[in-house]
Design a protein around this ligand. Structure first.
Ligand code: AMP
Length: 372
């Protein structure tokens, strides 16, 4: 779940593209099955918002149908107004037809009522209403809505055809208005031994952020022989990842312990796609998000040598044996490296060359931190 900025406002993902797809498919199947066998319905989309929904809907509708559009404008900024503009209408002869009105979202119902009244004068065989989203808390009309994709609370939504001041219609998912994020949250990324810990220690001071290293938290728990430590030890000793469930809940606890801070540097987390998704969802619940993933890019061969060198003094059980070290890289390459694509797709990946002196690398990282 990502926070996205449109104009001056912030939105968080509310209904994913996948969920929308299944809602639209269900609506199409249900409407088809409610109509007589050979009926050719005329779907009428209410522009502008419904153009994406209507396009997906008619392709999900398995049967002959027609589609047409009418236009009324009722939105101005983020609140629905009662001023309904003129209908730019349907010219087809509608007598004896089955018409299904397609709406993207119904809130007060004012626009819908007006359109409904116009269609009622057209001697139709039947008139039905289908809406992708419905806001029951603000609906003020008696008119029955035949098909509701999803009932939602009364908050402003954007995406999948719906706009905020004309922007956001092309977003594939639906987003909900949220508050401006206050934190700077950065995922410091890179293979084992890339220098994430060293850099995080410097950068947390420079940017007044809290550094959470999941590896350090595990090692602390192992040292103190806590329940979590006992559980994690066998994985860490073998150079394997600790199961997601355990790691995610531990990470959440660490974040909760630091309420009110300016932000976090996450080091060693997320390491799997489920961890990345869990982190986004968890932060989005707080109206926060990940500002970016900053990655130290270093070749594996250099790193194995570095880790063996570090193992002479670090006291880490997983730093000494080359087999264990190779296993950590194997875990990285098979489970963690894909996160580059995960953040890249969101335009949130920033890679830097991780070979150089500590100061050089801090400078390269700072250039990115400053922009995020
Ligand atoms: P690190 O100090 O980040 O290299 O982590 C050392 C070890 O702790 C890893 O090899 C894993 O066994 C475990 N670990 C740390 N972070 C995670 C994570 N996000 N998910 C699963 N295991 C982790």
């Amino acid at each position: 779940m990502k926070i996205t900025k449109i104009h001056d406002l912030y939105f968080k993902e509310f209904v994913s593209k996948n969920e929308i797809d299944s809602i639209v498919n269900e609506l199409a199947v249900q409407i088809k099955s409610d109509l007589p066998e050979n009926e050719v319905p005329l779907f009428i989309g209410i522009l502008n918002g419904c153009f994406v929904f209507a396009a997906d809907f008619v392709r999900a509708y398995k049967g002959d149908c027609e589609i047409s559009f009418v236009k009324l404008a009722s939105y101005n900024g983020t609140s629905s107004t009662d001023k309904v503009k003129k209908l730019i209408g349907v010219n087809e002869d509608l007598e004896g037809r089955t018409v299904v009105i397609l709406e993207d979202v119904i809130d007060t119902g004012t626009t819908l009522q007006e359109i409904y009244e116009i269609f009622k004068t057209k001697k139709l065989k039947e008139l039905k209403i289908a809406t992708l989203f419905f806001k029951p808390d603000v609906y003020r009309k008696e008119l029955p809505i035949n098909y509701v994709g999803k009932s939602i609370p009364d908050s402003f939504i954007v995406g999948y055809g719906l706009d905020y001041n004309s922007y956001g219609r092309n977003l594939p998912a639906v987003y909900q208005l949220t508050t401006q994020p206050k934190m700077k949250n950065i995922v410091l990324f890179g293979p084992p031994g890339a220098g994430k810990g060293t850099q995080a220690t410097i950068l947390k001071e420079k940017y007044n952020l809290v550094h959470i290293s999941t590896g350090d938290v595990f090692r602390y728990n192992i040292k103190n022989e806590t329940e979590l430590g006992v559980l994690a030890k066998k994985y860490i000793d073998a150079g394997e990842l600790v199961p997601d469930e355990v790691t995610i809940s531990m990470l959440k606890d660490e974040v909760e312990k630091n309420a009110g801070v300016e932000g976090f540097i996450f080091d060693g987390f997320p390491r799997t796609e489920s961890q990345a998704i869990a982190l986004e969802e968890f932060l989005a619940e707080k109206g926060e998000g990940i500002n970016g993933m900053v990655a130290l890019e270093v070749h594996e061969d250099i790193l194995v040598e570095r880790i063996i060198e570090r193992g002479k003094t670090s006291g880490r059980s997983d730093d000494t044996d080359e087999g264990k070290i190779r296993n950590r890289f194997n875990e990285y390459n098979t489970k963690t490296a894909i996160l580059k694509d995960f953040y890249h797709e969101k335009g949130n990946y920033h890679g830097i060359d991780g070979v150089g002196s500590v100061e050089e690398i801090t400078d390269r990282l700072s250039d990115i931190f400053d922009k995020l």
